[in-house]
Write a protein of this length. Structure first.
Length: 581
């Protein structure tokens, strides 16, 4: 099921799932807790120190000046060590958890089926990765730190004031129902609004990505204002959602502070009762009041983390929705070192999940080992879809494809794709060197092998002319190269792989006529030693194929060699005459 249609899990289930990433980090988390325990334990000591100072002042105890300053320094040193331990190991835990999550998500993304990437925009996906992980980082660092540190501080201070005067301190217990009700209400509202905010932010990122990827088209068609309006609309949705979150937070924090302050006011009122004043020393009363006065600050900080936690849980949902998508199915067990390249397709049909009408209908044909077969037809006839099924980019569920007599579903995916090299019409290069793009995924190739592949792809001349040669960085998707150069690098990558089966989907579409002629000859030479499937709109690039399969509306309507099909005067002849006459 696609991430967009998955139901959101409960907050508790999401948080428990987050805590599972703490496995192996209990020692660091334990040290963090221990550090915050030291920090929190120092807070009541400050109140006790104040009591001792007041008592010394009342008793005119001059000797106390030799002890109490040292005690004060010791308390703050004790407090500082605890704060350092708690903060450092908390950050260590947080960074480790985020590293685990990022690595797991990336490894999972690599294994997701093609249909997942068809159904989600890149901007939305990038937003889920970036925003989702960032929000989680807030939960496992800032929010967790505040929760533990301030929570323990409150526990120690409450324990101390209850120890001093449990009757008065019971007033704080009356706060629980009021604060609990506030937290429950704000939690429900915040999670709902946070989901809307993340969705709108994802739309804004998608518009930004499309602008960056297509800035030439935007300017060429004068669509600057249109794109600005799209982006502004997405920002407005985010702005409204963010304001609602801020409003709830702005109301919740002072209201919770007012409740705590009211409790403190009642305690002060009762503390100044003549009976209480008569039964306690000034130092005891000041010490008690100091401890009580220290309570509002951690309570205030603790009440403010609800916003962070709810946004973090929404971020976790975004990430977990990706992890919950089933990876590409690979039930095959068959492996072989090499294949001859013989293929047989029987009654193949295919429909994309998002489209009810079939793209391929009852396709059947054979490809002999070493044969060069060309798929010919108008755009939308199903040629590229058929090619993608040959190496199981999509699952073959209707019909069967055999490679060397073995159903391709029985091959292990990695083994199947090792025997097939592809060059798609949408060139995919990486922001890396030419060497690493050609030897992609395999560092064992020598420079001589890479250069031989470049020569085969008619790319050696322009690569040698570059200042850094094979070490030239080509930018994102090869943007520093021309369209023809990018196509040749992509071809060289396929040539270097030297797979028994070669699939060329519009592999010469970005080349000029002269380069196309040279590359076509290289392909013809390469095709003599392997099975080759060629797809091309321009018929001039496939005239030397051993056999042509003419497709229309997902079916093979004609089959034969170029001269035979022309003589038939059928569909292929119409295509040919439309191009050359």
């Amino acid at each position: 099921m696609m991430a967009s249609t998955q139901q959101s899990p409960g907050a508790l289930a999401t948080y428990i799932r987050l805590l599972r990433y703490m496995k192996g980090l209990t020692w660091a988390f334990g040290l963090s807790i221990f550090g915050f325990v030291l920090f929190a334990a120092a807070q009541p000591l400050l109140a006790k120190l104040m009591e001792l100072v007041i008592d010394a002042i009342e008793k005119k105890d001059a000797d106390a000046r030799w002890v109490l300053p040292a005690v004060a320094v010791a308390i703050f040193a004790f407090r500082g060590v605890g704060l350092f331990m708690g903060t450092y190991f908390n950050e260590y835990v947080g960074a480790s958890v985020i590293r685990k999550i990022k690595l797991q998500v990336f490894e999972h993304l690599i294994m997701l089926p093609a249909k997942y990437y068809d159904d989600i925009s890149q901007g939305q996906l990038l937003h889920r990765l970036n925003s989702g992980v960032n929000q989680i980082q807030v939960a496992v660092t800032n929010a967790l730190k505040i929760m533990v540190r301030e929570g323990l501080t409150i526990v120690f201070l409450l324990a101390y004031v209850i120890y001093l005067n449990w009757q008065l301190s019971l007033i704080f217990l009356l706060l629980a129902p009021f604060l609990g009700g506030l937290v429950a209400y704000s939690t429900r509202r915040l999670r709902k609004i946070a989901r809307k905010s993340e969705g709108a932010s994802g739309q804004a990122m998608q518009v930004s990505k499309e602008l960056i990827s297509n800035y030439g088209v935007v300017r060429g068609f004068g669509a600057e204002r249109y794109e600005c309006q799209r982006y502004e609309a997405a920002l407005d949705k985010t702005f409204v959602a963010q304001l609602k979150i801020r409003k709830i937070s702005s109301i919740f924090t002072p209201l919770s502070q007012l409740i705590v302050a009211s409790a403190v006011a009642v305690i002060i009122f009762m503390l100044l009762n003549p009976a209480v004043l008569a039964g306690s020393s000034t130092g005891e009363l000041v010490g008690y009041l100091t401890a009580v006065a220290l309570l509002p600050k951690p309570m205030q900080q603790l009440s403010g983390i609800n916003v962070m936690i709810q946004r973090a849980l929404v971020g976790a949902e975004l990430v977990f929705n990706i992890l919950d998508v089933e990876p590409e199915k690979d039930t095959g067990t068959y492996e072989v070192d090499t294949v001859a390249g013989q293929m047989a397709i029987r009654h193949l049909g295919f429909s994309y999940p998002s489209s009810p009408s079939p793209v391929l209908r009852d396709i059947s044909f054979d490809v002999r080992a070493g044969e060069m077969v060309a798929l010919v037809g108008r755009s939308g006839s199903g040629k590229s879809t058929l090619a993608s099924l040959l190496y199981r980019l999509y699952e073959v569920s209707d019909g069967v494809i055999f490679l060397d007599g073995v159903d391709i579903n029985q091959y292990k995916l990695t083994n199947l794709r090792r025997h097939i090299a592809t060059v798609n019409q949408n060139i995919s290069l990486f922001d890396d060197t030419i060497r690493n793009n050609i030897a992609y995924g395999d560092a064992s190739y020598t420079d001589e092998e890479i250069k031989a592949a470049l020569r085969s792809a008619h790319a050696a001349d322009f690569v040698e002319a570059l200042p850094d040669g094979l070490d030239t960085m080509i930018g994102e998707n090869g943007l520093k190269l021309s369209g023809g150069q990018r196509q040749r690098v992509s071809l060289a990558r396929a040539f270097l792989k030297n797979a028994p089966v070669l699939i060329l989907d519009e592999a010469t579409s970005a080349l000029d006529n002269e380069s196309e002629t040279i590359i076509t000859r290289a392909i013809e030479s390469l095709a003599k030693t392997r099975t080759t499937i060629v797809i091309a709109h321009r018929l001039s690039t496939i005239l030397k194929a051993d056999r042509l399969l003419v497709m229309d509306q997902g079916r093979i309507v004609e089959e034969g060699v170029h001269e035979e099909l022309l003589k038939k005067g059928g569909y292929y002849a119409d295509l040919y005459h439309a191009e050359f006459e």
